[in-house]
Design a binder for this molecule. Structure first.
Ligand code: UDX
Length: 418
């Protein structure tokens, strides 16, 4: 309800660079409603459903919102309507077929087509990823349905849209692929892609652990590996692990799908295990360096699960703060935009304070943790930081600071895998 009010005012309820401006510019062409109704759907050739599919306790995706949305849409369609219903939500393999089975008999005149059209955009880069995707995947049973999606995506496929001013880089890339397949394959493309990216990160994190043991530098190893075009440099940044609203939920859901179909997916399981162990490793390092955590004052820089978003869902930073608090540490946390959201999951108390001003967060602390690689952190005045902290320990969980500079100022610097 609140989101609808904000959107109707032309205000976004989330932080997403560039989106606010686009919303303002397109206001006259968008109607927001928190209820599907006949007027809203009247004559629609294409309906896109993009509701959340949060994880259940067993890791499976909860499809309640999806079922409710489909039911509402179907019940509002005109008799004999020709409508393509595209499912953009991330849903387990077989969901599209299940929707046809479940709602097929409700479809007036059977002229409604369910299509799978997974979404690959990243938070913080959503507008760019929407306009300049690598691929658009359509899982359909029928040629007409594919045509409706191809037409809707026409300006993106031909890059004939008006480029938003804030997008300055990456506009020269190749035009997107338009991949047509079955609904099941399209559904699996989404999970398989996210799980692959997650395991790429877990792989470099495991290599980072080995680097520490043998005295190598994971950043050099990642560069050496990543310049092989078959491997690629992206998603090889070692650190305290992946989080967010997608990788944790999608890897769990993929593992559950595998279980249901007798497929072990051992590589995905290993990626999840490594991801958990990264936080254990990071905490142990801090605990042993500080000689215990009870009563230690710790500055935590970064609360969102990655930079350029205020999203703290499954944020490695939040998990670390929670575990540090349980071990008796006192936390001074800061983030450029995610403090409000962090407060909702870890309320302020005698043990944790949130500081808007990063230098206030750094005053009189026993150590500094970098938990999200906001570009602001590498621009800090570290001479000033050196004067205001109690002890000069920096644990850089995102490998984003300059080790030599910090060591030159007398800090004990510890990154991941270097
Ligand atoms: C991801 C997918 O990238 C996107 O295609 C899909 O649609 C949704 O899920 P998102 O969750 O927004 O997007 O974030 P992403 O940029 O992929 O990062 C996910 C996590 O991996 C973050 O916690 C990030 O810090 C971490 N990460 C990323 C690393 O630890 N190392 C890396 O090299 C890259």
């Amino acid at each position: 309800m609140q989101s609808q009010v904000h959107l109707s005012w032309g205000k976004l309820p989330i932080y997403e660079p560039g989106l606010d401006d686009l919303l303002q510019k397109s206001r006259s062409r968008i109607t927001f409603s928190n209820k599907v109704n006949r007027t809203l759907l009247n004559g629609s050739e294409l309906v896109i459903i993009a509701v959340g599919t949060p994880p259940k306790d067993d890791g499976d995706a909860d499809l309640t919102f999806l079922h409710d949305a489909v039911e509402e849409v179907i019940s509002c369609l005109e008799e004999g309507a020709r409508t393509v219903v595209a499912i953009k939500s991330t849903v387990p393999v077989g969901t599209n077929d299940m929707l046809v089975e479940k709602f097929g008999s409700m479809l007036p005149g059977h002229r409604v087509q369910f299509v799978s059209n997974p979404e690959f955009l990243r938070e913080g880069h959503a507008v760019y990823d929407m306009l300049y995707p690598d691929r658009i995947v359509v899982g359909a049973r029928d040629r007409d349905a594919v045509g409706a999606l191809r037409e809707a995506y026409g300006p993106i496929l031909q890059r004939s849209f008006v480029k938003p001013d804030f997008i300055t880089d990456g506009t020269e890339k190749d035009l997107p692929y338009f991949i047509v397949t079955t609904p099941k394959s399209a559904e699996l493309v989404k999970y398989a892609s996210n799980a692959f990216l997650a395991l790429k990160i877990s792989y470099i994190n495991e290599i980072a652990m080995l680097c520490e043991k043998v005295g190598a530098n994971v950043e050099d190893v990642a560069l050496g590996m990543g310049t092989d075009s078959r491997i690629g440099r992206s998603f090889l940044n070692a650190g305290i692990g992946w989080g967010g609203s997608c990788f944790p939920k999608d890897t769990s859901a993929l593992i559950r799908t595998g279980e249901k179909h007798g497929s072990e997916l051992s590589i995905v399981r290993a990626a999840v295990k490594v991801n958990v162990s990264m936080k254990d490793y990071f905490l142990q390092n801090i605990e042993s360096a500080l000689g215990g955590l009870e009563g230690k004052v710790i500055a935590v820089l970064g609360l969102s699960f990655k930079p350029n978003t205020d999203d703290v869902r499954d944020s490695p930073a939040i998990e670390l703060v929670d575990r540090l608090l349980k071990k008796g540490a006192i936390i001074k946390a800061t983030d450029p935009i995610a403090i409000d959201n962090a407060r909702k999951v870890l309320p302020e108390s005698g043990k944790i304070v949130y500081e808007e001003d990063v230098y206030k967060a750094l005053e009189d602390v026993d150590c500094v943790l970098i938990t999200t690689e906001w570009p602001q952190w590498s621009k800090l005045d570290f001479e000033r930081v050196a004067r205001i902290v109690r002890q000069k320990f920096i644990f850089d969980g995102r490998n984003c600071l300059d080790k030599e500079l910090l060591e030159g100022l007398g800090f004990i610097y510890k990154g991941v895998g270097k």
